[in-house]
Structures are given as structure tokens and as C-alpha cells.
Design a protein. Structure first.
Length: 266
């Protein structure tokens, strides 16, 4: 069945990281109505168990789909995607687009053959990442580091606060000081929060390191899956959040540059 022109795309993340995907999607589909959902009461997902993440994401997306009737759901969160994507696809009949670490393009970009991967603790330990490495970077060296502090730093920055520069120094050193880390020339930002602080990471890593994330690829995939559909975006988009964030003026200020004009509670 062809969706109504007003039917939204639902972007879901644990917090504000999915805004990096929203920005890329706006470039592909400027007229698409979008609802952004953030589970602020559950953040950070990267420190939870796989069972906790899977149950929370599947339950929330089920309720959100009933409420918003989206034409497509994007899980704009690496941790949630690597853990719960299959479960959510079993539950919902709506097309689902997940987020995966950009290991394939990183393997094509690297000149030294050594790639760094920054993610949450939950993401970097997933077999999904092992499989991506085996398929696309088997002739490369992939060095992983969990940098959970970057999630909070991105959340703080979006609310108008300046994160401590030492957070980014620690993230860089977590990769560069591992055996072989001095050869890293490409870093995969394997959490949608991390592109929001890419400028700060760039200063910590130095000019010899380039970054890659999955936002543009996700946006292209959504554009492909909705090709030929009509879009009617007559009003500003809005966000749905857990945890009482709907009454946070700093949060609304962080959303506004992304075309989100109001926040509702879940």
C-alpha cells in the first residue's frame, strides 16, 4: 500500500546522536515529514546488556509505530541496531533501516591499512562488527576502542554546553596507544553521537586522521526505499522523548537547527 504523503519517517535513537542522521536525511529528502524519537530515560544504551537493549528498543518502537504510523523506521543508533534490528524487523511490518559501523568505506579509504573504530562498549563487542571486519576489512587492521564519554559529550554540546577537551584526548589515546595504533589514518565513528563532536575529535587526533560515519549511507538507503513516494511536509517536524525532556528549553534549542519545532512526551 502506498503511504499517505503526510506519513512520516520515524528516526529513533537513545538520545540526540540520531540528529547526525537527520541532517544527512534532510539533504536527501527535504520534503519528508520526520518524527525524531529519543529514549532519554534509557541513555546510554552502550552500558546496558544485550537483553536490556533488545527488550527496550522493540517495546518502544512497537508503541511509537502504533502512535505515529510511519512509512519507514530508522534505528539511528549503532548499539540498538547491532543488537535489536532483527527482533524489531520480526515485530513490525514497517520497513526498518538500521545503522551499522562504516567499516566497508573505511577499508576503501585507508592508505596505511590500519583503521580505528570508536563506539560504545556494547557495539564494539558485537559479532556483527566481527562479521563486517571479516567481510570488508580482512586484509586490514581494525583497532577498536569503547569511548562512552563521547555520548555524554555530544549530548552536552547539543544543549549548548562546552565538553571537557580531555574527553576527546582520552578517546584518541584509547586508539593511538594500542599496539599498531600509531599507523591509524582512518577512524570509524561507530555511534551516531560521535559525528556531532567530530570537530573536537579532529583536534585530538590531528590532521593525519580522517573520519567516516554511516549517516550519508543511511540517508541514501532511506531515499532508495521511499523512491517514488509522495511527501508533504507542511509544518516543522517534532520530537518525542522519554524522561521528561519535553520541558527542557536547552533540549529544544538543540533540536531547532535540525528543523524540529516542538517536543512531546512519549
Amino acid at each position: 500500500m502506498t503511504p499517505k504523503a503526510s506519513s512520516p519517517i520515524l528516526l529513533f535513537d537513545s538520545g540526540l546522536g540520531g540528529l547526525s542522521v537527520l541532517a544527512a536525511l534532510r539533504g536527501q529528502l527535504p520534503q519528508a515529514p520526520i518524527i525524531y524519537a529519543a529514549d532519554l530515560a534509557g541513555i546510554p544504551y552502550g552500558e546496558k546488556t544485550e537483553a536490556e537493549v533488545a527488550a527496550r528498543v522493540a517495546g518502544m518502537l512497537g508503541r511509537l509505530a502504533e502512535r505515529t504510523h510511519p512509512r519507514l523506521v530508522c534505528i539511528a543508533c549503532n548499539t540498538a541496531s547491532t543488537i535489536a534490528l532483527g527482533m524489531v524487523r520480526d515485530v513490525l511490518e514497517t520497513p526498518i533501516v538500521g545503522t551499522v559501523p562504516a567499516i566497508k568505506p573505511a577499508a576503501a579509504m585507508t592508505r596505511t591499512g590500519t583503521i580505528g573504530l570508536l563506539g560504545t562498549a556494547a557495539t564494539i563487542r558485537q559479532a556483527y562488527v566481527d562479521n563486517l571486519e571479516a567481510e570488508f576489512a580482512k586484509d586490514k587492521r581494525l583497532i577498536r576502542h569503547a569511548a562512552p564519554e563521547l555520548v555524554a559529550a555530544a549530548e552536552s554540546k547539543l544543549r549548548g554546553h562546552a565538553p571537557d577537551p580531555e574527553i576527546f584526548t582520552r578517546a584518541a589515546e584509547g586508539l593511538l596507544r594500542q599496539p599498531g595504533g600509531d599507523a591509524i589514518d582512518t577512524v570509524v565513528l561507530a555511534c551516531t553521537h560521535f559525528p556531532l563532536v567530530q570537530a573536537e575529535l579532529g583536534r585530538a587526533f590531528g590532521e593525519s586522521v580522517q573520519f567516516i560515519d554511516g549517516a550519508q549511507g543511511i540517508a541514501r538507503r532511506i531515499a532508495y526505499l521511499t523512491q517514488g513516494q509522495s511527501f508533504d511536509r507542511r509544518h516543522d517536524d517534532y520530537a518525542i522523548v522519554t524522561g521528561g525532556g519535553h520541558s527542557d528549553p536547552d533540549l529544544l534549542s538543540g533540536f531547532e537547527p535540525y528543523g524540529i519545532g516542538r517536543i512531546e512526551p512519549i
